[in-house]
Write a protein that binds this ligand. Structure first.
Ligand SMILES: Nc1ncnc2c1ncn2[C@@H]1O[C@H](COP(=O)(O)OP(=O)(O)OP(=O)(O)O)[C@@H](O)[C@H]1O
Length: 452
């Protein structure tokens, strides 16, 4: 086929645009047809009625308006009123960031097309883009910082959506400007759901949930980043189950701070090196016994019951326990912790570990933690270390979360399906909430609480 320097005719380009955006033709056409059919007064009356209904909805039921209408309205405004996403503006942005291609012979510039925009929260929008022939998602990941400057965004994450399609997560401002208040404690064991524990909110304005049963969680963050808020939210979900003996807490608290509030409700509690090794070994023995019980019962999966409760191991300062603590401690911990992490999930053992400095030697078997949360970190290498390779480049800028009290509890997790980082904020339990939790979880058999 020959090569020409002529561009495609404008009428073809207009026709293509119209096919891609049928609403722009269909809506005026429908309005004109309605006026012709029913007369301007009837159509005007219907439009005024619809407007009044919209205003009524906006004023009368803000929650459903925010959930249903606001994201759509925001998306339309961003798409068609923001100059950055309109034809020439978007071309300028992607050209400046080196994301266009230029035909070798004709010199015609091809611009990646915006397929659609979604805006689930006022601070964040998701821009779906069709890649040009020869482009890779990685190219866009590498240009993310330049794109953020060009679009005047705080952060841009790049998510692979499908063949030739990526989503740019454009964070315009901090989505979390308020402390998130935890929901009420579950009234009884039936109301507690460990398959879907409420942890806080996501940058899209939706609730952040994670399963606890059959999982291990890892929370990493610099000092003062709010690591314990994730642990407290897990414990809130468990409170009535702890009271009823369906969940048992094994608490390892080398720093001796904050988690010591759990002493009255812990099944086992340890602060000193010797006690820590003993609690870890005891936990592993329980798991081995559980293996026998399940085998005797001919069961392959664990069901929470009084006979086989969920054993929840909380390890504050995992780094000290596995890495930089006294040798007798780290050697003892390393003898059993990898076994616990690899085998306990199916046996009704769950681990929640918190650490400050995520390095290879202090995170034992990172991939065995199914939920990994990276709160504010002190190094650009930490997000990848905790969340997985390339996560910082895809937008998990945990090292850029400001070091100030207003940012505590904010961090990143990885969306399971798309392997993309998502900004989240954990709800915050203050001292009164912790006291309530301990009161509700108050276990009648505290005399069994062992070490510590
Ligand atoms: N989820 C949250 N939302 C809002 N503020 C929070 C949240 N979590 C903690 N904070 C605030 O941040 C402060 C520090 O939190 P916290 O001590 O739990 O951090 P940390 O990561 O456990 O620190 P360290 O490693 O030093 O123990 C708390 O006193 C509280 O005021």
């Amino acid at each position: 086929m020959g090569t020409t320097q002529r561009r495609q005719g404008w009428e073809w380009r207009v026709a293509g645009w119209t096919v891609r955006h049928p609403g722009f033709v269909a809506m005026p056409a429908a309005a004109a047809a309605s006026v012709a059919q029913f007369g301007p007064a009837t159509v005007g009356g219907a439009a005024a009625g619809a407007l009044a209904a919209g205003v009524g909805w906006y004023r009368g039921h803000p929650e459903s308006w925010e959930a249903v209408v606001a994201p759509r309205l925001r998306a339309v405004c961003r798409r068609w009123l923001s100059r950055a996403y309109l034809g020439p503006g978007w071309s300028r942005v992607v050209e400046a960031c080196g994301l266009v291609t230029v035909h070798r012979v004709t010199g015609v510039m091809s611009v990646p097309r915006i397929i659609r925009i979604r805006s689930h929260s006022p601070s964040t929008e998701t821009v779906y883009v069709r890649l040009l022939f020869g482009q890779t998602p990685k190219l866009w990941e590498e240009a993310a910082e330049a794109l953020a400057v060009a679009l005047r965004a705080e952060r841009i994450g790049v998510e692979r959506v499908g063949p030739q399609v990526i989503a740019l997560i454009v964070q315009r401002s901090e989505p979390f400007d308020q402390v998130i208040v935890p929901p009420d404690l579950p009234a009884d064991a039936d109301a507690a759901s460990l398959g879907r524990v409420y942890l806080g909110e996501t940058e899209y304005g939706s609730d952040w949930h994670a399963p606890l049963i059959g999982q291990h969680w890892l929370v990493s963050g610099a000092t003062g980043s709010g690591k314990n808020s994730v642990t407290w939210m897990a414990l809130r979900a468990c409170a009535p189950l702890i009271r009823d003996g369906l969940v048992r807490l094994h608490v390892i608290n080398p720093k001796g701070t904050e988690l010591n509030a759990l002493t009255p409700v812990a099944y086992r509690y340890a602060e000193s090196d010797g006690d820590i090794v003993e609690v870890l070994s005891g936990f592993w023995e329980i798991m081995q016994d559980r293996k026998k019980v399940l085998a005797e019962q001919g069961r392959r999966t664990f069901d929470m019951s009084h006979h086989t409760p969920l054993d929840l191991l909380l390890v504050d300062e995992l780094g000290a326990v596995t890495g930089y603590g006294d040798r007798s401690l780290t050697r003892g911990a390393q003898a059993v912790l990898p076994l616990i992490l690899s085998q306990a999930r199916a046996l009704g053992g769950t681990v929640i570990g918190a650490l400050q400095e995520p390095t290879k030697d202090v995170i034992p078997q990172r991939d065995l933690f199914s939920l990994r949360v990276c709160l504010r970190s002190t190094s650009a290498g930490h997000p990848d270390m905790v969340l997985g390779e390339d996560m910082r480049r895809r937008g998990a800028l945990a090292d850029e979360i400001p070091n100030e009290p207003g940012s505590a509890g904010i961090g990143f997790v990885v969306k399971q399906r798309s392997r993309t980082p998502m900004r989240v904020r954990a709800a915050y339990c203050d001292d009164t909430d912790v006291a309530d939790l301990v009161r509700v979880a108050g276990w009648p058999h505290t005399e069994l609480a062992a070490t510590g």
